[in-house]
Structures are given as structure tokens and as C-alpha cells.
Design a protein around this ligand. Structure first.
Ligand SMILES: Cc1ncc(COP(=O)(O)O)c(C=O)c1O
Length: 447
């Protein structure tokens, strides 16, 4: 066990605790990608291309969902899901304020209005009890996000949706392989979008996919998002043929990336199991800690841990979360606050008094009379205030890694009185200097 002062207070760092390289590609994946490049096969316009078909078949089988369309990003996948459900101007989509911005911007880019629920203050997941009061006659869909690899409460969300005949979309970008009672996320709603950019659990280069059990959704999404709407593909509906043209988003995926997706999916279950094993070991080792905890999920809900979002208890600790983060970073453990504030408070969603560059949505929000600044999200505020977020590329069994991590957390807890004094000294210095920094800069973790 490391002795002496904390690194933030002048001691030497106890870390780093190296993670595993991610994404990593098998020799076969690299060979197949290289082969496509050598043969100049960089374009595939739909299922009639064998590499695109292979990727879509593999993902559909793994997700256990009938239809899959590979696309260029997670954002594209989500926008395609909304397009496939014909969500558009005049519609409202209920979603979460605690997420990566793409789960909101996909709604804005369809011309629809995002309406925000609150979230659970421990997990940051959509609180289903806050859905129903938001439903109006304009509500078309609920878009739930499985944030930090944790599955949202899909049974409750589906119950709320069914009562009012709303469509349900899942954003599984951070949660490939997360499950609820053995059923993988992406299988619950009318459609789901996943990101497969390099950081993600199913990490390639830049990619995404849409899955849906509904054939109509699949083809309507394809029609608007790919070269000629994928009209040469087998099964393209004759009713859509007059509308197949090039007035499309260019969301197609290159076979070079599609082949990586096909290969990565072969090892994703094994990697997710490793991530879970390491979190469970860390949870056991953190049992004695008073100020830092890993959120508990209900029985049957299993996360896949894209990131690990811990909660810090400022009241118990007597120091701010930001001071704790600084102490952790100084020890060599990279951690930060992933969602800086509830999305509806972000500057580009301001309606009254917005002075930034023109957006495609501000006028739309103003016409709908939206003023997100007047709304409150107490659960989300609390999660943002407590979160200590870490990238979680701890996949392999490496003896001692979780013990070291838990040891660093414990060491910081042991030194809380000194950190309290340090924080007070800094606050009084900042108060004495008119332009002094009152708060430390936040160190963002990778998304
Ligand atoms: C929750 C969530 N949704 C959507 C996206 C968008 O994915 P991409 O970056 O591939 O467009 C991301 C990725 O960062 C994400 O984390």
C-alpha cells in the first residue's frame, strides 16, 4: 500500500492503473480490411454487397432482431430510426437530459421537439415515473438511452408507451450486450440505434447500426439514408419504388469498416464478460468505502460497462466532487464528469436570448414556445453533481489491478481532512484574487 502524502498535496502518484488497449483487432480482421483496400472494394451500397450483408446478418443474429442496417455512425442510426418511424416536424419525442448530445440532436435534426424527463440520481437512467406527465397529443415516441452501459428500465418505459400508443426507440450506443432478464438491449422497442465508433464496446473505426423488428421501419429508414434508398436490395417494397432517389443522407457504411464490425462482434461477448468481472471485483473491494459507490441495478438488470459512473457523496466527504476528481487525477487515475450539465441547459438549446451561431432547430423550438431554462431536473442535477466517470477498458484478468484502483480510492478517503484544508485554502485564495479561479477546470473523460 502506497504511504505518504497524496499526489495532489505534494506526494508521488500511486497510479496509473493501465487499462487494456481498445479497440483491438484480430489478425484476421486486419487482413480482411487490407484485402478490401488492396482490391479497391471500398464502397458497398446495400445488402447485395456480400460484406455489407455479412455484417448486417451477424449483427441481426447477435442482437436477435429481424432487421439490421449498418450506417456511418450512431447518430445516423438514431436519426434513421426516427425517420423510419416517420417522426418529423410538429412531433414531440420524450427523451433523457442525461446523455451524449446525439440522442437529442437526432430528434432536432428531424424537425421534432425533444421533451425531457428526469433521471434516477444514482444511475442517470431515464426515470419512467416522469414520462406520463409529459405526454401531449403531439407526443410520438420515447427515446430511451442505456447510459454508461446500464440498461434503462425498458419494461416500465414500454408500459408508459403502450398506454398512449407511442413508439419506443432505444439508444444502445454505450450498452451493446447489456441485458434485462436475459434479453439484450436493442430488442425492446420499435427500433434501436447503436454507435460502433472506436471507443465503443463494439468498436470499429466510425460506424453504427439500426435494428428494428419492423420491416416498414427498416425500409423507410433505408429510403432516406442510403444511395437510392437501397432500392436494388432484395425485398425492397414496390410501394416505395416511386420514392427511391438520391435525395438522401449519405449514411452508408464502407465495406472496409463493415468487415471490422463482422470480426469485432465475434469477441464482444467475451470482452463484456471481462468488463463485468472487473467491475464486480472492484465493487467487492470498495465495500468499506464511505464516500464513493458503484450504482446498484435492479435484479435481472445487467450492465455492459462502456464507462463506469461512480457516485461521490460530497456531504459525507466534506469536500467537493471536483476536489476528489483532482486528487484522483493527480494519483494517475483518469476520471471526470461525462455529462457536464442537463442537456436542456446547454447553450445551443437556449431559446430566449440565444446569441450563438444559427442552428437548424432554434426557430423551431421558439415556434413551439419551448423554454427549457424554466424547467427543472433535480435527479439529473444530482447525478451530474455526484458523478465520477471512468472509461472502463478493464477487460482482461490482470492480477492486482482492481485492488490497486480500490486502494487509490481508499487512500484518498483516508486523507479527506487534508483535502478539506487544501480546498479551504484554495477557496480563500480565489476569494482574495478578483480574477481567481473559484473552481478547478473539469477534466473530461473520453466519450
Ligand atoms: C449515448 C450515445 N448516443 C449516440 C452516440 C453517437 O454515436 P456516434 O458518435 O457514432 O455518432 C454516442 C456516441 O458517442 C453516445 O454515447
Amino acid at each position: 500500500m502506497h504511504r505518504g502524502k497524496l499526489a495532489l498535496l505534494g506526494g508521488s502518484p500511486a497510479g496509473p492503473v493501465p487499462a487494456d488497449p481498445h479497440p483491438s483487432f484480430s489478425r484476421r480482421a486486419l487482413r480482411r480490411a487490407m484485402d478490401l483496400l488492396e482490391r479497391g472494394m471500398t464502397v458497398g451500397l446495400g445488402k447485395h454487397h456480400p460484406i455489407i450483408r455479412e455484417a448486417e446478418d451477424r449483427v441481426a443474429r447477435w442482437q436477435k432482431v429481424k432487421h439490421c442496417m449498418v450506417v456511418s455512425s450512431g447518430h445516423a442510426a438514431l436519426q434513421c430510426a426516427l425517420i423510419g418511424l416517420e417522426v418529423g416536424p410538429g412531433d414531440e419525442v420524450i427523451t433523457t437530459p442525461y446523455s451524449w448530445g446525439a440522442s437529442t440532436s437526432c430528434i432536432l435534426h428531424c424537425g421534432a421537439i425533444p421533451v425531457f424527463t428526469d433521471v434516477d440520481a444514482s444511475t442517470g437512467l431515464m426515470d419512467p415515473a416522469t414520462i406520463e406527465p409529459l405526454v401531449t397529443r403531439r407526443t410520438r415516441a420515447i427515446l430511451a438511452v442505456h447510459i454508461h452501459g446500464q440498461p434503462a428500465d425498458m419494461p416500465a418505459i414500454l408500459r408508459a408507451a403502450r398506454k398512449r400508443s407511442l413508439a419506443v426507440i432505444e439508444d444502445g450506443s454505450q450498452a451493446h450486450g447489456a441485458e434485462i432478464r436475459g434479453k439484450r438491449v436493442g430488442r425492446f422497442g420499435d427500433a434501436a440505434g447503436f454507435s460502433c465508433m472506436g471507443f465503443k464496446l463494439l468498436g470499429t473505426a466510425e460506424a453504427g447500426y439500426l435494428v428494428t423488428p419492423r420491416e416498414d421501419v427498416y425500409w423507410k429508414a433505408a429510403l432516406c439514408s442510403q444511395h437510392m434508398g437501397r432500392s436494388p436490395d432484395p425485398g425492397f417494397p414496390s410501394s416505395l419504388r416511386p420514392y427511391a432517389d438520391s435525395l438522401v443522407y449519405s449514411y452508408r457504411l464502407s465495406p472496409v469498416t463493415a468487415v471490422l464490425l463482422s470480426e469485432q462482434i465475434k469477441k464482444v461477448d467475451r470482452e463484456i464478460a471481462g468488463r463485468r468481472r472487473n467491475v464486480e471485483e472492484l465493487r467487492r473491494r470498495m465495500r468499506g468505502l464511505e464516500c464513493l459507490s458503484i450504482p446498484e441495478l435492479p435484479p435481472g438488470f445487467v450492465a455492459s460497462y462502456y464507462t463506469l459512473s461512480l457516485n461521490f457523496d460530497e456531504e459525507r466527504a466534506g469536500i467537493s466532487r471536483d476536489t476528489f476528481l483532482e486528487a484522483l487525477n493527480a494519483e494517475g487515475v483518469a476520471a471526470g464528469c461525462y455529462v457536464p450539465s442537463p442537456i436542456p441547459r446547454w447553450e445551443r438549446l437556449r431559446t430566449k436570448g440565444y446569441r450563438g451561431p444559427r442552428t437548424p432547430w432554434t426557430e423551431n423550438l421558439l415556434r413551439a414556445g419551448i423554454d427549457y431554462r424554466s424547467m427543472s431536473f433535480p435527479g439529473c442535477d444530482e447525478k451530474v453533481r455526484r458523478a465520477v466517470d471512468m472509461d472502463w477498458n478493464y477487460v482482461r484478468r490482470a492480477p492486482g489491478r482492481m485492488a490497486r484502483l480500490a486502494g487509490i480510492f481508499a487512500r484518498i478517503e483516508e486523507h479527506l481532512p487534508e483535502l478539506r484544508d487544501w480546498e479551504l485554502r484554495r477557496q480563500s485564495r480565489a476569494a482574495a484574487t478578483p480574477r481567481g479561479r473559484a473552481r478547478p477546470s473539469r477534466r473530461e473523460v473520453l466519450r
